[in-house]
Design a protein around this ligand. Structure first.
Ligand SMILES: [Mg+2]
Length: 133
C-alpha cells in the first residue's frame, strides 16, 4: 500500500512539474476529467501559437509511473484519439520527458522565428506574455 502511495506521489510530482513548465512558456496544462468516460489522458496541454495570429498547439499527456503501461481504458481512448481524431498522446513518466516535450516545442518555435526573421528581416512577436490568467 505504501508503494502505491509513493507511485501516486511521484506521478503527481511529474504532473505538477508539467503544469508549471507549460505555464512558464505561456501555455496551460489543464486537468482532463471526464465523468462516465474513463481512460482520458491526465492533461490537455495548450501551447501558445508560434506567432500571434496562428493556431496554438494542443497536446494530450498521460502521466504514468515509469515502466508502467497505460490501462486498457486508457489504451482504448488513446487509440480513439489517434486513429479517429488524429491526435497523439504523449505518455510521460519523468521530469526529463517533460523537459524534452518543452524543448521540442521551443526548438520548433525558434526554427520558425529564425526562418521568418531571415525571410522578412523582422523579428516575430513573441506570444509568451500575451496570455493572462
Ligand atoms: Mg496518469
Amino acid at each position: 500500500m505504501a508503494g502505491i502511495k509513493r507511485h501516486i506521489r511521484r506521478e503527481s510530482k511529474v504532473e505538477e512539474y508539467l503544469r508549471h513548465r507549460i505555464r512558464a512558456i505561456g501555455g496551460r496544462a489543464l486537468k482532463w476529467v471526464s465523468p462516465g468516460f474513463p481512460g482520458v489522458p491526465d492533461r490537455i496541454c495548450f501551447f501558445p501559437p508560434f506567432k500571434i495570429g496562428c493556431q496554438g498547439l494542443i497536446i494530450f499527456v498521460e502521466v504514468k509511473k515509469e515502466g508502467k503501461d497505460v490501462s486498457p481504458d486508457q489504451a482504448r481512448v488513446l487509440t480513439m484519439l489517434h486513429d479517429y481524431f488524429g491526435h497523439n498522446c504523449n505518455v510521460i513518466s519523468t521530469k526529463e520527458e517533460v523537459d524534452n516535450l518543452i524543448r521540442v516545442y521551443e526548438e520548433a518555435k525558434n526554427e520558425l522565428h529564425r526562418k521568418d526573421t531571415s525571410n522578412t528581416g523582422h523579428k516575430v512577436e513573441d506570444t509568451k506574455d500575451s496570455i493572462s490568467g
